[in-house]
Design a protein around this ligand. Structure first.
Ligand code: NAP
Length: 181
């Protein structure tokens, strides 16, 4: 059965993007990582939020920048604004609700895993239940502000995790968790 995996790089103070959606710190910290390779190779589709898409499209080469160009496949983006979507043949915008969107991405992944991009989107997946795993690359940096991993803007409920892997990639600590349901 394919899994729904949230795969992120996070600062030591718990941000997945810096001020102004900056990801430069994460690209700078990036090291060759067996965990990242395993997740990339197992991913059959990506489901992201509109904020991820807009930031990636304006600053980081959009879909072509995913894994530095080292992955290709179907990419879906959740948005409440279907009347205001850019012309971009590399993504499919969805406004059908979280559960249906996860189902659409899972079908497109054809037996492989679905990767989630965006904290808000991942939090909804945790709330609604389909998120199976969280893979975190802990980067040696304090950002001070930005997009929190979890809990913002609304309070989020407690989620218990089981750590299934811990390893090092240079200065980066790679962690993998199973979501206890
Ligand atoms: N560190 C990492 O590895 C990593 C990875 C990925 C992303 N990021 C960063 O994370 C940030 C984005 O995360 P985020 O939490 O701010 O936002 P997000 O999850 O990317 O996007 C949230 C937006 O998606 C749309 N959306 C979400 N759920 C929806 C639903 N059920 N139905 C319809 N539309 C829905 C809404 O936009 P509208 O209402 O405007 O349509 C919502 O405001 C960016 O800065 C990105 O660079 C970091």
């Amino acid at each position: 059965m394919s899994k729904i995996i949230w795969h992120i790089t996070m600062s030591v103070d718990g941000f997945i993007a810096g001020p102004d959606d900056s990801m430069d710190w994460a690209f700078r910290a990036s090291e060759p990582s067996a965990l990242a390779d395993e997740i990339r190779e197992g991913t059959g589709a990506i489901l992201g939020g509109r904020r991820w898409y807009d930031a990636a499209a304006s600053k980081y080469d959009g879909v072509a920048g995913i894994y530095g160009g080292g992955w290709s496949g179907p990419v879906f983006v959740l948005t409440h604004r279907p009347e205001d979507i850019p012309e971009d043949p590399t993504v499919t915008f969805l406004s059908e609700g979280l559960r249906d969107a996860v189902g659409t991405a899972r079908d497109a992944a054809a037996g492989k895993n679905v990767e989630i991009f965006g904290a808000n989107t991942a939090q909804q997946c945790l709330d609604a239940g389909p998120l199976d795993e969280i893979a975190v690359h802990l980067a040696p940096v304090l950002l001070g502000d930005g997009v929190r991993l979890y809990g913002a803007p609304a309070m989020a409920r407690q989620i218990d995790l089981e750590r299934t892997d811990a390893s090092e990639s240079g200065q980066v600590t790679d962690l993998r968790f199973r979501v206890r349901k």
